[in-house]
Design a protein around this ligand. Structure first.
Ligand code: ACO
Length: 160
């Protein structure tokens, strides 16, 4: 049984789940993230510098995307792996920046992204995977296998 079958996941025909590439600057990566929040003006140079930083620390930063049948990015998601001392040097995964292009929402791409990142966290030896979300997305994450586990606290230094 493949990983996809055992996880009961499937994407529409021609769609692909893969790691972010350095060439994705011009492939709607930023535009897709703008569905989630403000991105700002990011030059290709800035993007490539950040991509390089993520790549050099790929044991921590694992940005992923889903592309459609034309190879265009339609969903984003980041998995961060945190190595801890507690729980016998346990590891936890953090899921961040989940976004699906407006015209592609409702096709289970968000569900596929979150479940795939969770699976990667489990395969990396994490004992849990966590995320923060707004109240209106709780139902979505419950459908991805998550449950409400606490209260998010924030101390903001800038307002975005
Ligand atoms: N509340 C409750 N249920 C929802 C919601 C919601 N906000 N959104 C989707 N669902 C349900 C769907 O109806 C579907 O249910 P079903 O299996 O019974 O048919 C199931 O969840 C799976 O839905 P998908 O089709 O996978 O959802 P989609 O691909 O549209 O992605 C997402 C959902 C990511 C929330 C998308 O709407 C989006 O990009 N929103 C804007 C950005 C955003 O809020 N991202 C999450 C930020 S939190 C974070 O990054 C950790």
């Amino acid at each position: 049984m493949t990983q996809e079958q055992s996880n009961n996941l499937s994407l529409p025909e021609g769609y692909t789940f893969r790691k972010l590439k350095s060439t994705d600057y011009s492939n709607k990566y930023l535009e897709t993230l703008k569905v989630l929040t403000t991105v700002g003006t990011i030059s290709e140079e800035k993007f490539k510098k950040l991509f390089e930083e993520w790549s050099q620390n790929s044991h921590i930063y694992q940005p992923h995307v889903i592309t459609n049948n034309q190879g265009i990015i339609v969903s984003t998601g980041m998995l961060l792996l945190e190595s801890k001392l507690i729980h016998e040097c346990g590891k936890i995964g953090h899921i961040e920046d989940i976004s699906v292009a407006k015209e592609e929402q409702g096709k289970k791409l968000g569900n596929y992204m979150v479940k795939s990142l969770s699976k990667l966290a489990e395969e990396s030896g994490c004992y849990k995977v966590i995320l923060d979300c707004s109240d209106h997305n709780v139902g979505f994450y419950e459908k991805c296998g998550f449950q409400v586990g606490g209260v998010e606290m924030v101390h903001r230094f800038f307002q975005y």
